[in-house]
Design a protein around this ligand. Structure first.
Ligand code: SAH
Ligand code: SF4
Ligand code: F3S
Length: 482
């Protein structure tokens, strides 16, 4: 395991080993030496920050990047006025992408003031050739660019960036590799994301993720369980199992395992209190999974089940592989089997060719399923996806109007659904001291709703029974139960 490595005993004058993760341990040892020399030259410790754009998978990747940076000797900071700044980017919608260019201009200014500053970029945006071209042309001050497939090589790339003045670019098209046993620095002491699979094979026609994250690969159950046991030994009580489509977990393993079977193994880990997962594709949601969720004392009764559209016609063009009826059937079965389940979703408005009639179908599903909350997105054209070249793109004003109507409905129903727990006493896992009022702490119910109640920092990471006094839309004000 990584924790037991003695980096000072690694001979960095010898050539690097070919095998992973030993090769990365070698480069960690090398980076450690380079940094300690640099830090004594300039007479102060060096600092590093990683900024994350995008989804939970990127958040988890950033924890791994921070793990390397801290192991090699950087002091963590939240400020971009640091000696090493790494942006872990997202490109799922155009605005995610534009945000990064805006911040990058600002970083260029900071670098002029700090000659020791190293700027690096990674993540999904870097898998797009146009992006890398643009950075090479217009942002010459960037030192290192790498992608999603070779992120495990970060220590090695860091050494190249520290030893070279020119821009280092290393992007792979795809990989079948999964490298285990590298460090991670968690954002929260008591909860953690755990990757169970990487990539996506679904090719929904609007979505860029399969192009930038590559083909689906599952981690072996033994590696996942070992990681979770290690996390629990280190104080973690809640895990979020991560994948673009967790319901197809394990299909391509040498010894195939289903997601429901994996969950049963995770459930057995002593000391673990809560299990969450994300994201479930409706096309692969099995009856076994519903039964395992129903009978588990640890799996949270919360399911994120992206709808995208309620129109069967559009779902077909989106390549979602289910129709309105199938989705409603799954939702009804879930409600019947697990009555206290909280259901949330993702919806896209303005997919090419969306008519008012299609949109009404979406509103109809929202009314019938009654989501606790929903992320609503305006369709964003992503170069290289089939939808980007569809001719019937919907005009902006129409999309805006539909978006507002959808949001109003989603919020109205979400408020009603959230308030159904008022007056109950339920366990809350405390996450942090309230940002506005330090006499309060903030935590989450099993169904993911936020609760604020009187408390102090000694409660962080603990589960407390809380009386849910008042529902304020999407959060509760509570009181610790007697
Ligand atoms: N794998 C997950 C979703 C990952 S992306 C799933 O299939 O459910 C998260 C969400 O972003 C998607 O559910 C979708 O609603 C939204 N999204 C993806 N591509 C988009 C695009 N081109 N425009 C707008 N929203 C998009
Ligand atoms: Fe994108 Fe579809 Fe894969 Fe989700 S399942 S990541 S929406 S292609
Ligand atoms: Fe964005 Fe990549 Fe996640 S495109 S949503 S960070 S997989």
């Amino acid at each position: 395991m990584f924790e037991h490595i003695d980096f000072s005993s690694i001979d960095v004058t010898a050539p690097p080993p070919a095998q992973e993760p030993e090769r990365q341990y070698y480069f960690i040892a090398k980076a450690k030496k380079l940094l300690s020399v640099k830090s004594s030259e300039i007479g102060r410790p060096l600092t590093a920050m990683v900024k994350t754009f995008g989804c939970q998978m990127n958040e988890r990747d950033s924890e791994k990047l921070r793990g390397i940076l801290e192991t090699v000797g950087y002091q963590p900071t939240d400020s971009e006025e640091a000696d090493f700044v790494l942006y872990n980017t997202c490109t799922v919608r155009e605005n995610a992408n534009l945000k990064v260019y805006g911040r990058l201009g600002y970083l260029g200014g900071l670098k002029k003031k700090n000659p020791h500053m190293v700027i690096a970029m990674c993540g999904c945006m870097m898998q797009e050739a146009e992006v890398v071209d643009k950075i090479q042309k217009s942002y010459r001050f960037v030192n290192l660019i790498f992608g999603t497939h070779n992120i495990y090589k970060f220590a090695e790339l860091l050494v190249s960036a520290l030893e070279n003045d020119r821009m280092i670019i290393d992007i792979w098209k795809d990989t079948d590799k999964i490298v285990e046993d590298l460090p991670a620095k968690r954002t929260y002491s008591f909860k953690s994301g755990v990757n169970i699979m990487f990539g996506c094979n679904n090719f929904c026609s609007y979505c860029i993720v399969p192009y930038v994250r590559g083909r689906e690969r599952s981690r072996r159950p033994i590696d996942i369980i070992r990681e979770i046991e290690g996390l629990v030994a280190d104080g973690v009580v809640e895990v979020m199992l991560l994948g673009q489509n967790v319901n197809s977990y394990g299909k391509n393993l040498e010894e195939p395992v289903t997601f429901a079977q994996l969950l049963q193994e995770v459930e057995k880990v002593d000391g673990l209190q809560r299990i969450r997962f994300m994201t479930s594709h409706p096309k692969d949601l099995s009856d076994d999974l519903i039964q395992v969720m129903k009978n588990s004392s640890k799996i949270c009764h919360h399911l994120h089940l992206p709808l995208q559209s309620g129109s069967s016609r559009l779902l077909k063009i989106m390549n979602r592989k289910y129709d309105k009826e199938k989705y409603l059937e799954v939702a009804e079965k879930l409600r019947r089997e697990i009555p206290d389940l909280s259901l949330t979703t993702d919806i896209i408005v303005g997919f090419p060719g969306e008519t008012e009639e299609d949109f009404q179908e979406t509103l109809d599903v929202v009314r019938r399923v009654r989501y606790d909350s929903a992320f609503t997105f305006i369709y964003s054209k992503r170069t290289g996806t089939p939808a980007a070249v569809m001719e019937n793109q919907v005009p902006e004003e129409i999309i805006k109007d539909r978006f507002d109507r959808l949001l109003a409905l989603v919020q109205e129903i979400g408020r009603e659904m959230s308030s159904r727990l008022q007056g109950k006493t339920l366990p809350v896992l405390v996450e942090h001291v309230n940002e506005q009022d330090d006499a309060l702490v903030t935590g989450r119910l099993e169904n993911n709703l936020v609760v604020h109640f009187p408390g102090d920092s000694s409660m962080i990471g603990k589960t407390v029974d809380v009386y849910l006094k008042e529902c304020h839309g999407f959060y509760y004000i509570g009181e610790p139960a007697e």
